[in-house]
Design a protein around this ligand. Sequence first.
Ligand code: SAM
Length: 361
Amino acid sequence: MSFYKYKDFIEEGDLVLAFISRGLIKPFTVKSGEFLNTRFGSFEHALMIGMKYGTQMGGVKDRGFIHLLHPSPELWTVSLPHRTQIVYTPDSSYIVQRLGITSGSRVIEAGTGSASFTHAFARTLSDDGKLFTYEFHEPRYIEARRELEEHGLLLNNCLITHRDVCNDGFNIENLPEKFAKNGGLCCDAVFLDLPSPWTAIPNLSSVVSSETRVGICCFSPCIEQVDKTIEALAEHGWTDIEMVEIAGRRWEARKEMVRDVLDVIERLKQIQGKKTQGIESKRQVKLEEESDKKRSADQLDADSALPEPSGKTTKFNPFGKGIRIKEGDEQFNWKQVTKVETEIKTHTSYLTFAYLVPTRS
Ligand code: SAM
């Protein structure tokens, strides 16, 4: 199992993601002799060995089933144990492409937090790139280091450091040779998910590349933080500063009936006619109390005898009376429309981007 490469079959010791239901994916490590217990039944690990990733597996007493998925950074993000707020795929994928991060990039990330973005970065950087991730909260650092080790990220391209980057900067003493470039970090991309990125920005100059354009993204939930970050970026020579927000919305596509203006006019006339008759009937009620019931019944009969809009009587009433029309019914004209959720529920953070361009002498 690896976050870098896919394989076909489940083996002992693999990290597998059990897709239990929409919104519930449970990570576990395959160990013979153990069972995965879910509300859909109990699933024996030993039976999973040799199964193809993606298999739908039935429970011991056939009560239900789960799907056994290969881990990916995207699935890990929606199943990982939360130690902090995390960066989700809509943001991380945008940041990666906007900073132009590819295999071979050298990236700084602070703080590591729950290591959601760490997995996405590590996969993108592949074997050639390097990721330097920093966390100052010790229990979180220990937990993240254990997880990254178990997932093979530390063996590959990732180095985690226990550090307060705002006070102590990003330089790493005794940097392993495999991770060094020109004797240092020499990074070309920076991602800061910190409460006060503006205090870390002054510490970046000694760890970013002086030969290539360097991109930065600061991830902050409040606009006041964005203000301070922009000031610090400008003060330290970062340019092309731009703030964006990823607002994920659900769009619903459907068909809306194209209505004929002549039908609308006809219908308005009908309504007007019924109103007049209604007023007349009330007047009569006052005058002839005894025959009220009979007259009302007559009036109703007269109403139902009113003509439907011209030309449409056999197939439909476009205004909702009569037969129910199925959306897209080929007898009628339709236009394709989209509807959007009115509220944006997905605000996570503002993304402030900027670039540091090497000066040519
Ligand atoms: N991006 C992470 C993810 O996707 O899982 C989540 C990061 S979390 C919101 C912010 C982390 O930054 C916390 O774990 C916090 O302990 C760490 N942190 C805050 N200030 C720091 C500092 N000065 N140096 C290093 N880490 C810091």
